[in-house]
Design a protein around this ligand. Structure first.
Ligand code: DQA
Length: 144
């Protein structure tokens, strides 16, 4: 059975109360439940991890390389400027799919740059929690 890790970065723990007009009204626990439901539907094992700290996310990316078959990553604002997260993705061999709840291309200019996109297998943005579900499907169906 495939094992997928979902990593959520800074401020995503505040889903539901954080800018609901942009990120929706469902909270982080609901996201986790829906990810587990999707994992059941796809017959994969899934672990969900969230941190507000860049180093903790990098440690998780490193440890995942021998434990998981693929990663769904919402790096939050680190997406736009963290070369350290980018290098961590480049350093591991398992596929990483970048996801965003909001359409980052329809927002502020700084969000239109992703320094992690070039080292990710693919990127999905703007589909709400559906971005995560599609990334999980892609890891199962299109990533070996
Ligand atoms: C986000 C978009 C980022 O620009 C932002 O910093 C986030 C969330 C999204 O899921 O839409 O924290 O990654």
């Amino acid at each position: 059975m495939k094992k997928i890790l979902v990593i959520n970065g800074p401020n995503l723990n505040l889903l539901g109360e954080r800018e609901p007009g942009i990120y929706g009204g469902d909270n982080y626990e609901t996201l986790c439940e829906k990810l587990m439901d999707k994992a059941d539907e796809l017959s994969v094992k899934c672990e969900v991890f969230q941190s507000n700290h860049e180093g903790a996310m990098i440690d998780k990316l490193h440890s995942a390389r021998t434990e998981f078959d693929g990663i769904v990553l919402n790096a939050g604002a680190f997406t736009h400027y963290s070369y350290a997260v980018r290098d961590a993705i480049a350093a591991i061999k398992i596929p990483v799919i970048e996801v965003h709840i909001s359409n980052v291309f329809a927002r502020e200019d700084f969000r239109k740059t992703s320094v992690i996109a070039p080292v990710c297998k693919g990127s999905i943005s703007g589909l709400g929690f559906g971005s995560y579900f599609l990334a999980m499907e892609a890891l199962v169906n299109y990533c070996g």
